[in-house]
Write a protein that binds this ligand. Sequence first.
Ligand code: GDP
Length: 193
Amino acid sequence: EAEVALVGRSNVGKSTLMREITGHSFDTGGKPGVTRNPNHYDWNAEDFVITDLPGFGFMSGVEEDYREEIKTNIVHYLEDYADNILVAILVVDGKSAIDIIDRHSGPDEIPYDVEMFHFLRELDIPTVVAVNKMDKVDDKDERLNELCDRLGLYPPWKQWQEIIAPITAKRGQIDALNEAVRDQLHEQNRDDL
Ligand code: GDP
């Protein structure tokens, strides 16, 4: 069955978003890193499943080795199922993503979000970046432009609305994401013609 894959660092609001998309309730606000294996759920009223991959990156109380193992598992899963994955949704925290990316950018370090974005593109998996927690962001356009810049997308962000989707999952404001995913799916149908 066709699949939409959800990836993102811990605590960006993946569980909250999953709840909005599927109508199921998920364990939110609990111990980070609790989602350890890919889980499949039906996307409301759509003809595909949504796969929740474990959160990656820093998790308090989780050993470095184990974090690496989780990341390796995510990478393998995406490689193995790339042909089946229609769209990937990379969830980031709109409030802190830029700071985290900049803190981890260096000569021998690539920030997770940037690495994951490029990795998904290398696998030819159409990717939407769900920029969550926009309720906490004041300078919305500026922040989204910066994010585009870090991801290698030429600003302004408004020309990337099929890729950059600002949302507030907690309040159920996810129209931009639904729209972007729909656009990506239509794009593929056109390519198949
Ligand atoms: P996960 O670790 O990625 O699954 O993240 P959760 O869904 O558990 O959310 C982590 C924290 O972020 C929780 O305290 C949520 O209430 C909060 N959160 C999720 N979405 C939003 C949002 O849109 N806005 C704000 N302000 N907080 C959010």
